[in-house]
Design a protein around this ligand. Structure first.
Ligand code: ZN
Length: 293
């Protein structure tokens, strides 16, 4: 049975708390406790009482979050061959499959581990440990090649990604279908919200928050059967007024592009860089180091 929006809005902090509880267990508790069992409360309704019975961990303030070492977050769009009609500028957003393959191979050979937003949030807010050489791989705009080319390549390396879906495109030619988005979620990738039709949040009128955020997010929750608590700003553009709007609609964090994070709200201005189609694996790595270290 599909749960209400109010449940999911309330579930965002509970989900965070539940993952923190899990992390506490994984650090401190009996070695006989299997991760599956420890994590189980996060997916069943009694977790509210379970989490409430434990003292809430202190969450880091903005300055502490900003002082932590950044995790590199890459942003991809299309994974396909360049066509003669592609402009020079567009080619930055189009990574040929062989290049994508060699970029991922370099990450794997260099010992990078993909992490998902829940892990990033736990790290930023509590200092929870991450795997060695953490990295997050994100995919914007619903392009079909993310399902047909990128996802199998991620799987080959045991990697998981985050797919920020623009819902207007679902089921259109060259875009993912609802069933494909659901399949990605079921395979352990994370589905995030990227508005209905990619309008700049800085220009929203009150009604736009419903059209661009509430309804598309609800649709993604119906498709995946899971809460949607992460958002990527179209064009990477944001302003401070957008942040309370996202919070009130259940978003636990939001991703921009390479701009400076907000000093008060770093979790709603997490940085990413576009992994360019022009970049060899070595220049990808160099750009990651330059931007995030
Ligand atoms: Zn986009």
């Amino acid at each position: 049975m599909f749960k209400s929006k109010a449940f999911f809005a309330a579930a965002a902090p509970i989900k965070l708390l539940a993952s923190l509880v899990w992390l506490c267990f994984s650090c401190n508790s009996a070695p006989t406790q299997e991760p599956d069992k420890a994590a189980a409360p996060a997916t069943t309704s009694p977790d509210t009482a379970y989490a409430a019975a434990l003292p809430a961990p202190a969450l880091a303030d903005a300055a502490t979050i900003l002082a932590r070492r950044q995790v590199p977050v890459l942003c991809y769009h299309q994974i396909r061959e360049w066509q003669p009609s592609d402009s020079e500028a567009a080619k930055a957003y189009i990574v040929p499959p062989a290049r994508f393959q060699e970029q991922l191979q370099l990450l794997a050979d260099s010992g990078y581990h993909t992490i998902l937003p829940d892990q990033l949030l736990a790290y930023l807010t509590t200092g929870a440990p991450l795997p060695p050489k953490p990295i997050m791989l994100t995919f914007d705009d619903t392009n079909l090649s993310q399902y047909t080319v990128a996802a199998p390549e991620l799987e080959r390396h045991g990697y998981k990604g985050v797919f920020f879906i623009m819902t207007v495109s679902l089921g259109r030619p060259r875009y993912m279908s609802r069933a494909q988005v659901k399949e990605l979620a079921q395979a352990g990738h994370v589905i995030g919200s990227h508005t209905w039709d990619h309008q700049n949040v800085k220009k929203y009128q009150p009604q736009d928050w419903i059209t661009q955020i509430e309804k598309p997010t609800r649709q993604l929750e119906e498709i995946t059967g899971t809460p949607i608590t992460y958002f990527a700003y179209p064009f990477g553009l944001w302003n401070p007024a957008a942040i309370p709007e996202l919070k009130s609609r259940g978003m636990a964090a939001a991703f921009q592009l390479a701009g400076k994070p907000d000093e008060q709200e770093p979790l709603y201005t997490i940085r990413r860089i576009i992994a360019s189609g022009y970049w060899s694996p070595q220049s990808l790595h160099q750009n990651m180091v330059n931007s995030f270290d």
